[in-house]
Design a protein around this ligand. Structure first.
Ligand code: NDP
Length: 337
């Protein structure tokens, strides 16, 4: 069983030295357990938080423990009556070839699934995150203007596509002209702006002549600075992620801008609300699945996957995700056997 464990906690951006590649015996399932061959591993920005021991909503990965992560795999041996050899399952298998589960965190997937890795993206956690944050907090209405960054990634691209289905005008923000072109041509956004362009803030202002009604926050940093003065009265801001600061070692320099933020929130009567998607599975996942399965089938919502071959490439791919090097949902193909 090849696997990556957390060797040390990053200071700032993670480096390859924070991970250690090991080969150990393949585990043997005990009573009630199943052995899973992991086929696809999802790499997600939240994993940066788990590498750190700072206070958070989830417990950190221990040093020398296997890096956690969502996986799609095949049951190889089962001592659990609910699962049989050959079942395709969604699991928390982590960065390794094989994993054990007591069955509680497993979901059986239909064996005929065209794209099993979609259970890690459009039909899974990132898709659900987009659906919940946009519809339950953002509440876009026809004719309103919705802005979302990381717009070629799984969460951002799905936010924009759902907002279009609800009749909103959708402006994406992404890193570079190639990503921006895809956001418009493949995902059907009305426009997309490059946050690396020196004239970005001014171009954003021109792109939203009626102001911004929903800003779906994925990144923070300079993008949020550009968005803040453009928010309309009664705008909604679902706070989903702040990836621009995940590698930060402290607060940014410069004047205290909290009074500016608080003043705009007050005068514009803005609702800004954070959420963690794991809180919402029990109550809403079934509704999401129904909506999204229909949209995917009808070709109304699409996803681009960035598939990296080989478990050994997971650390570099993950480090790149935090720098915007991925193009679409980042997934590692561990093996097909
Ligand atoms: P993506 O695959 O879109 O990858 C992250 C993207 O963020 C990068 O590709 C890059 O895109 C962009 N980015 C990185 N640094 C910066 C920066 N400094 N400024 C602007 N953009 C930057 O990720 P996901 O779709 O998986 O996740 C999107 C956000 O949603 C993340 O913040 C994540 O933490 C959050 N999230 C929150 C959840 C919750 O429960 N609240 C659940 C799931 C995700 P580009 O090159 O276009 O800039």
């Amino acid at each position: 069983n090849r696997r990556f464990v957390l060797a040390s906690r990053p200071k700032g951006a993670p480096t390859p030295e924070n991970f250690r590649f090991e080969t150990v015996e393949t585990p043997v399932p005990g009573d009630g357990e199943v052995l899973i061959r992991n086929r696809f591993l999802s790499l997600d920005p939240y994993m940066r938080g788990r590498m750190s021991d700072a206070k958070s909503y989830a417990t950190p990965v221990e040093i020398d423990a296997v890096m956690g992560g969502g996986t799609v795999g095949v049951v190889k041996a089962s001592n659990n009556p609910r699962f049989s050899e050959g079942d395709l399952v969604l699991a928390q298998g982590g960065w390794q070839d094989f994993s054990l589960s007591n069955g509680r965190d497993l979901r059986k997937l239909p064996p005929e699934l065209d794209h099993p890795s979609y259970a890690l993206s459009i039909l899974g956690m990132p898709g659900f995150t987009a659906w919940h944050g946009l519809l339950k907090i953002g509440e876009p209405k026809a004719g309103e203007t919705v802005v979302v960054a990381a717009a070629s990634g799984p969460v951002g691209s799905i936010v924009g596509q759902i907002a279009r289905l609800k009749g909103a005008k959708v402006i994406g923000i992404a890193g570079g002209p190639k990503k921006c072109r895809t956001v418009v041509e493949t995902f059907g956004f009305d426009a997309c702006l490059d946050h690396k362009d020196p004239g970005f803030a001014e171009k954003l202002k021109q792109a939203v002549p009626d102001g911004i009604d929903v800003y779906y926050e994925n990144v923070g940093g300079k993008v949020f600075d550009a968005v803040l003065p453009l928010l309309n009265v009664h705008a909604r801001v679902p706070v989903c992620g702040l990836i621009a600061s995940y590698n930060a070692t402290g607060l940014p320099d410069g004047p205290d801008r909290l009074p500016l933020l608080a003043g705009i929130l007050l005068r514009q009567r803005i609702r800004m609300q954070g959420f963690i998607i794991s809180d919402h599975y029990a109550g809403e996942f079934a509704d999401f699945e129904r909506d999204m399965a229909g949209w995917v089938k009808a070709g109304e919502v699409k996803i681009i996957e960035d598939v990296v071959d080989g478990l050994e490439n997971a650390p570099d791919a993950f480090i790149g995700l935090l720098e915007g090097k991925n193009f679409g949902k980042l997934v590692v193909r561990i093996g097909e056997d």
